[in-house]
Design a protein around this ligand. Structure first.
Ligand code: EPS
Length: 405
């Protein structure tokens, strides 16, 4: 078994192809969003309720606009699943749009500063920003959430759980216990409309969103995802492309409207000396049977990642979302047809989509972790992935080998 896995991995390095991958297609007001997931092993139980409940959470959160009253996002499985289990072939998921009017929607000539409008108009040599905004719209994140939720169906077989939540909206910051368990975080964030585990901060965040609405303005914030249950050694320091820290930052940084990503202490590393940053190591024999194989850290400033690999502590990733660039009050812009100064166009939009962004982030992070799992333990079937996973943990627990230094 380990020989088979190693052989597969060498073949992958030669072709420089990741084993688990996804692509999306679809426009905001086109017929549907599509996601194609390749590389999930056969035998994974596909939990449609889980996928649909993640799509529903993405549609929610205080501060969302009118579109979410029109749509009811649900996936149809077009391929790759038989009797609710993956069969190893590409999985195509579809989320239909109800508000289909891409051919009737008006041209947009006054680009919204902060949106893809202007850059896309120049890129595709047009004065009409409509085609750009249709694809750039954060509606596409529904497809990414579906892919991530599908990947979670693999992760939960290994009791790996990603929990995303809101840390800050505008100036209102929540206090979130760094030692909180997955269950505590989930319960806390599911008990208010801004998906923040700090229930005392949630009403202040809601007030900040209401104030932005009153000012015909928008508001951004910070979201975080923690991943519990990863063994050490996911990711690699060998190929920069496969470093898990880089992949996570790329996946999070590529979410619409995200302007910064940090892992663990992140930018806070700058102001402290090494002795106050690096997480000292203990061996706790009573935790030998856990996925961390008994090695624990007194702190988790590294956010569970060292050298591009997991170290057995929870992964902690944070991202900042800028305020939505469609403002009811508009912003100064230029009419691309007349070249005259005008206010930017208004399209129906959200006042604040930070809670929704926490769902998107959780799911794109889950996908990257699942990919690193398949990279390390990959096989054609879930049985082989499980056998490789167990073999690896057992080998790690057998260290140090007798008679070897
Ligand atoms: C979104 C759907 C969109 C926007 C938003 C996200 O719907 P519509 O444009 O029809 O109102 O509400 O998109 C943007 C923030 C954007 O910049 O385009 C969704 O489903 O998440």
């Amino acid at each position: 078994m380990p020989g088979v896995t190693a052989g597969k991995r060498i073949a992958r390095y030669n072709s420089a192809m990741a084993t688990l991958e996804y692509r999306t297609a679809g426009e905001s007001h086109g017929a549907a969003l599509i996601v194609l997931v390749e590389g999930l092993p056969a035998g994974v139980r596909v939990d449609l309720e889980l996928i649909n409940s993640e799509l529903k959470r993405r549609q929610g959160g205080f501060g969302r606009g009118g579109r979410q009253h029109i749509e009811k996002d649900e996936v149809s499985v077009l391929s790759g699943v038989r009797g609710r289990e993956t069969i190893g072939s590409p999985i195509a998921l579809q989320i239909g749009n109800k508000d289909v009017r891409i051919d009737q929607a008006p041209a947009i000539h006054r680009p919204r500063p902060g949106h893809a409008d202007y850059a896309g108009a120049m890129k595709w040599l047009t004065t009409d920003c409509r085609s750009t905004l249709e694809r750039a719209s954060a509606r596409e994140t529904a497809a990414r959430v579906a892919a991530g939720a599908l990947a979670k169906c693999l992760l939960r077989d290994f009791t790996v759980e990603a929990i995303g939540f809101v840390v800050q909206i505008g100036p209102e910051r929540g206090t979130i216990d760094s030692e909180a368990t997955a269950a505590e975080l989930r319960m806390g964030r599911d008990s208010n409309e801004v998906y923040c585990p700090d229930n005392a901060a949630a009403p202040r965040m809601i007030e900040a969103i209401k104030a932005a609405k009153q000012n015909k303005d928008t508001i951004g914030g910070i979201v975080e995802t923690r991943v519990f249950g990863c063994p050490p050694g996911l990711g690699t320091c060998v190929r920069w492309q496969d470093r898990l820290d880089g992949r996570l930052m790329a996946a999070v940084g590529a979410i619409q409207a995200f302007k910064g990503v940090e892992i663990g202490l992140g930018f806070g590393c700058a102001e402290r000396p090494g002795s106050k940053v690096h997480d000292e190591i203990d061996f706790v024999a009573s935790q030998r049977d856990r996925a961390n194989v008994g090695f624990v850290r007194r702190t988790n400033n590294a956010g569970g990642l060292e050298g591009g690999m997991t170290n057995g502590m929870p992964i902690v990733v944070r991202g900042v979302m800028k305020p939505i660039s469609t403002l009811l009050r508009g912003l100064d812009s230029v009419n691309l047809e007349t070249l005259q100064p005008e206010r930017s166009d208004y399209e129906r939009s959200d006042i604040c989509a930070v809670p929704a962004a926490s769902v998107v982030m959780e799911n794109v992070v889950a996908f990257e972790v699942a990919r690193s799992f398949v990279d390390k333990f990959g096989g054609d079937t879930l049985r082989e992935v499980r056998a490789a996973y167990e073999h690896y943990l057992q080998a790690a627990r057998e260290l140090p080998l007798p008679g070897r230094s």
